[in-house]
Design a protein around this ligand. Structure first.
Ligand code: 1HN
Length: 347
């Protein structure tokens, strides 16, 4: 491809005349915004170790009362996007949130979609539009765009969870805002409105009515059981389940996709090269994540990310299975026609 002229090739007075009229020449930046053949991601393969996060998060618990934080979170920032941009990838935000016994993170709702993956502790729950979702380690709880949510804690140990939001995308598109809820600590029902074992409260049932978010809590015990039964069945290349909306068969949320992978004992899993960045969070076991030439050795509760089109290999060196929670940008990219796959370049 032809090298194009730079800003320095232009007379200073000409560039100043453009600037004065809010005009910019395209050609000096054209190769940056359209790099040849492959995107140039800012996202860097990065790992955040729970043993580094935990003591600092507990210190935040001492330094900042919940009333002064609303959400007591340490953001997992990707240095490739600089730390003040709160991005793990171009469109995914990650944070570790701490709620102490007796604390309450007040009700609000906002445009970004969020999920929580519970990392540690017992006795806390999130209420989503009034439905009480208990938090147990490994559970996935959805708080989709526009739904009221608050976190409460009746137990006696610290509770920590991983937040995954599409905040960077929503913020960039200038559609991000929040509304504050009632300043009362509410009573919440624990019965799911819709999905138990295929039953629905008749008063909530309207024939042909598609429920946008029929499941708000995906318990880890069920996810793990599904993975184990896939692994026990016929030989498959990859033991993975996707969190879906059972009403539609589509992804559980609209922008970020969520799934879980089981690595069988000593399994080496080579993932397809894809146009979307990806996040891994270890629920159980030890996993070596190779993304091109960057290697991260992860243990339970560690989190990492890899950029688009990386050659990613997941390795379980143990004789016991490992379980990984995965978030990726594929629903967003597929809806907008941006998604693609390519052959690996490390074969
Ligand atoms: C939010 O609402 C929560 O509700 C957590 O727990 C993290 C990060 C950015 C914007 C909103 C929560 C968040 C957030």
């Amino acid at each position: 491809m032809e090298r194009l002229a730079t800003l320095e090739d232009l007379p200073t007075e000409y560039v100043e005349a453009l600037t004065a009229k809010n005009l910019v020449p395209l050609w000096p930046s054209l190769r940056d915004v359209l790099p040849p053949y492959t995107p140039k991601p800012r996202t860097q393969a990065t790992a955040w170790k729970y043993q580094d996060i935990r003591p600092l998060l507990m210190q935040a618990g001492e330094l900042t009362p919940i009333e002064k934080a609303e959400r007591r979170v340490l953001v997992l920032a990707n240095p490739g996007h600089t730390l003040d941009n709160m991005r793990a990838t171009s469109i995914m935000y990650l944070g570790m949130q701490l709620l102490l016994p007796g604390e309450w993170a007040p009700s609000h709702r906002h445009v970004p979609n969020a999920v929580r993956l519970i990392v540690e502790g017992n006795g806390a729950y999130t209420s989503v539009d009034g439905e009480k979702c208990e938090m147990e380690r490994g559970d996935l709880i959805l708080t989709p765009s526009g739904m009221w949510h608050e976190h409460s804690h009746d137990g006696d140990s610290e509770v920590v969870w991983l937040d995954v939001l599409d905040l960077p995308l929503v913020y960039y598109s200038e559609t991000s805002y929040v509304e504050e809820g009632e300043k009362v600590k509410g009573e919440h029902e624990s019965n799911p409105k819709i999905y138990g074992p295929g039953l629905v409260a008749t008063e909530n049932f309207q024939r042909n009515d598609t429920i946008e978010y029929p499941i708000l809590r995906y318990p880890w015990v069920d996810t793990k059981k599904s993975l184990e039964s896939i692994a026990a069945g016929k030989d498959v290349d990859m033991v993975q389940v996707t969190y879906v909306n059972p009403e539609t068969g589509q992804d559980a949320q609209k922008i970020i996709g969520f799934s879980a992978i089981m690595l069988r004992p000593n399994e080496v899993l080579r993932l397809p090269r894809r146009s979307c960045a990806i996040i891994f969070h270890i629920i159980e076991g030890d996993v070596v994540v190779d993304a091109d030439d960057v290697r991260h050795e992860l243990i339970a509760s560690d989190t990492s990310c890899a950029p688009c089109f990386a050659n990613i290999t997941l390795t379980n060196q143990n004789d016991t299975p490992a379980f990984i929670f995965v978030a990726d940008e594929s629903p967003f990219q597929k809806k907008l026609g941006l998604y693609s796959e390519r052959p690996r370049t490390d074969v």
